[in-house]
Ligand binder design. Sequence first.
Ligand code: FAD
Length: 448
Amino acid sequence: MGTGLVLFTRDLRIGDQPALAAAARECDAILPAFVLDRELLRRAGSPPNRLAFLLESLRDLRSSLRARGVPLVLREGDAVEETMRLVHEVGLSAVYMSADHTPYAREREQLLRRHCERERVRLCSFEGVTVIPPGSLTPSGGDHYRVFTPYWRAWSTEPPRAAARVPSRLVAVRRPPPAGPLPGLSRLTSRTPPAARQRGGESRARAQLERWLRRGPARYGEGRDELGAEHTSRLSPYLHFGCLSPVQVLERLADVDGEAGQAGSVAFARQLCWRDFHHQVLAARPDMPHADYRPRGRLWREDDDAADAWREGMTGYPIVDAGMRQLASEGFMHNRARLIVASFLTKTLGLDWRLGAARFASLLVDADVANNVGNWQWVAGTGNDTRPNRVLNPLRQARRHDPDGAYVRRYVSELAGVDGPAVHEPWSLPPARRRGLRYPEPIVGPYS
Ligand code: FAD
């Protein structure tokens, strides 16, 4: 049977954790470990929102494992070197981990596999980041789906794997190395995350799912685009860090009853399918984070002032500024607002989608390379949208998805005193009222 190292990456949970379940089944004793990967910290520029969420998730994972008698060992450095160092120190015979399909994760697994083979250590990796693993559904004559609808059709008839149970018994290796303290956030980044961001951890993820299931599914189909309401699940950071698996979410959705609830569950499953879709595109096209998926010869403008106004939420378009300010104050943005601000940057201002994706990556708690660049390219018309020239009119979007202006008033404090839908068009207010608001004039347009 031997002993196994369970290497956690972005699968920070013990429920439906196929690598942990297999190690518990196949090994006499296990050593769970997490490596704070210096290369990833460096590449990501240590975004404080995500680091704080990660540390909270690790704390939660550590206490769940400790309650079951096994420590979570924390190391810092190069993921492969530190893993192999632990394997040697403890004399382990196998490494168990989750498969992941970002370019970086694939390279890491390949390198680790080479080291393990050299040392005659088994490396076992398990799918679980998505519902359907990238590459396992393919259209005839292609290596991945390029268009969402046929992918959704194939995806929704594919039975998902059964969620792995939490192992009933975990046995720790006899002399585990020191667990190592969790670093304080201030050692990893000098920037402070906003107080309003979501907190990490499997326990909070489960609580959030149950909270949403109590009321969410019945309103989801109709309400998911309503900016002023809270009809979406807010599960994205938990899914990104693997505090919850998408299969666990699907299993709970299957229990939802009532016509509206079931319709909402299908609409929600469709969003999880979008997540899988973007992951399978990225797996097939690892250059996607920087290169256009479908180059259409678009020439992006250069305009630092416009880019700064967009980043700071000072474009003079309340709906765009509300989205950008929600991002800065919560590390989150409603999906409809993401679509509006992304269309505004790329289609209205004509600026490169990479600027927008970088801003999102530096602030979103749920920033995820597949979802982020997949969606940015979709909106910019360089990705998988079959209507690449569509432009979202920010004013029409605002009237439709924030009819009373509640979303704008919540995030754009200068406009908090403007009642009703008039908040979307401050340029139409009487000049004296407008001057008193101290809100910028529109940087382009205005739209009508
Ligand atoms: P819900 O509506 O409750 O959806 C449930 C889950 O489905 C989400 O948690 C998410 O995992 C998945 N999902 C929903 N919409 C999408 C979508 N369009 N694409 C892929 N998965 C989806 N999502 C991220 O997780 N990380 C990102 O970095 C990210 N960047 C985006 C950038 C742009 C320009 C746009 C337009 C969308 C982006 N999204 C991203 C997708 C989407 O906006 C978020 O997943 C969603 O807003 C998260 O809120 P929620 O959990 O309440 O969503």
